[in-house]
Design a protein around this ligand. Structure first.
Ligand code: HEC
Length: 150
């Protein structure tokens, strides 16, 4: 008799733990969908945009100009070192593997269109030449250091 009620208590405790775990899990899944950057925008880039290359690639002067434009327009969200930010609202690093592997054309598409629903403005107001300069600058940045704390 005693043993059965102990078992029953044990079983309901297990159920309680499972239920709580599920709650935590769904909470973190929800946070994941709103607070994490998944690069979904890359799927929206048309092939002809993806294939474009930077006419200013490997030009140190262009990268230099891009550096100033970055400080002026982008650093407030992506960080002065482009390593992104974690304090709310979070912003992705531009020194990530995703951005280093993205084509010039993909980055150019993102700068022109932005991703307004995710908080990334469109930079179509900047002349196209300046957007290429910024991309040339991004290419000079070292990969994100894992030691960086943000
Ligand atoms: C108001 C804040 C804000 C500013 C200013 C801003 N960005 Fe962003 N940027 C974001 C957010 C938020 C995202 C994430 C959007 C997404 O994942 O769809 C993002 C995403 C990006 C991405 C894609 C990153 C990835 O990992 O998928 C690139 C590239 C980018 N921004 C470049 C720039 C550049 C270059 C500038 C300056 C011309 C700039 N951003 C200015 C907020 C900003």
């Amino acid at each position: 008799m005693k043993l059965t009620s102990l078992r029953a208590a044990g079983a309901s405790l297990t159920l309680l733990t499972l239920g709580f775990g599920a709650l935590l899990f769904s909470a973190s899944a929800q946070m994941g969908s709103s607070g994490q950057f998944d690069g979904k925008w890359l799927h929206r880039v048309p092939d002809e945009d993806r294939a474009r290359s930077n006419p200013l690639a490997h030009q140190p002067q262009a990268a230099e100009a891009g550096k100033a434009l970055f400080a002026e327009n982008c650093a407030k969200c992506h960080g002065a070192d482009a390593n992104g930010r974690t304090h709310p609202p979070p912003r992705p690093s531009l020194r990530s593997a995703r951005i280093r592997h993205a084509t010039d054309g993909e980055l150019s598409w993102m700068l022109r269109n932005g991703d307004p629903y995710q908080g990334m403005p469109s930079w179509a107001s900047l002349p196209e030449q300046q957007r290429w300069q910024i991309i040339a600058y991004l290419r000079t940045l070292p990969p994100r250091s894992s030691a960086a704390k943000h």
